[in-house]
Unconditional design. Sequence first.
Length: 427
Amino acid sequence: MRTQDQVGEVERTAASPTELPSVERRAAEFAARRRGVVRTYFYNHPRIMDVVVVLAYSLAGTGVFLGERPGMNMGVHYVIVVASAIVLVFRRDKPLAVLAILSVFELINVFMVANTGNVGISIWFALYAVAVAHRPLLSFPLAVAAAVPLSVYTLFFYQFPSELLIVDGPSATETSVISAIMMLLANIIAAGIGASVRSGRSHEAELRQWAVRNAQLASVAERNRIAREMHDVVAHSLTVMVALSDGAAVVVKRDPAKAGEVLGQLSQTGRTALADMRRVLGVLRADGGTQRSPQPVHTDMGALIEGFRQAGLPIVFSRSGPPAAEDPALALTIYRIVQESLTNVLRYGAAVSRVQVSLDNKVAEGELVVRISDDGHGTLDSSVGTGRGIAGMRERAGIFAGTLDAGPGPQGGWRVEAILYPAEGPE
């Protein structure tokens, strides 16, 4: 379960959409460190790697025959080697076509060049490219199929020269079988290396996508947090300020001193709202000089209740159980839930004669219950309000693995009940 501390870490490391390229760059840098300098260079310069492959095959394909055997048709063989080298240039773009063409060259080499080996090295490079580009379900069967022509030729048509056989060693038939098995294993190994590279690249791509998605989710979480804080600050402050100004307009003629007190409270509410908004908007600054967890410097429940009383709400406040643990996150959650609930009463309640606010700390059950209820005639319906305030309260309760219910009370009015589990919060 995510704690407030974990949620805070996500919020503090949130990345805006403009920072996503840097997230991808950091993921690419991490992958490059895993590959090493040489592999990273060839990874970033694939065409240079293609040249290296062609040169390696050309040297291997011609160097095998430095010791010439009787009856070899070297001219045809060299033509096939050169043609295979040219075809290998396109192995990255058309791996299946390259494998098919080289398999045909293999057959031509077998039947036209007497007493020769094979051009299997080119087949290995092609199988590697196929395994990198395609799933193992395709690449490994192709590796087996590519070994069939030469294996059949070796088993049934090729006759090993007697001078190549080891005295008291395997017979010609046994040598043919061993050779066929080695050809098959070589093809499978080439495909296996390619499949391993494909798996590694797929893993790197998944890590990169995970990093980007994590940055996007963190960015969304940060925006939601700012929107929630802005809603709490603006909705509460403006509602209280409107109520205070209406009250001042009523009493200004008959009790100027009382009107002055109300106007003073109105001014203080405005200053507090501005200070809270500066903290909330400060998270958008890039200089890092502002705290990235905007919280009101006052989470005094008594001051909050008194402010609503001056705005005209007849509030009765009660506590039961021992004081809650000294936890700023828990205090802010309770503060915001009570603030939002009383703001809704002030905005939407009609004929309210009593508002009950209670905090019940049930230590044995590990629960802290926050209840706010009124006896008014609410005006909440589908055409009033956006529902963001209740959604925000549920999000805050969820930080402590809690729940929040809001709706009409059994005897009328409106009732909000939040059940929090402080032990599920930050340690």
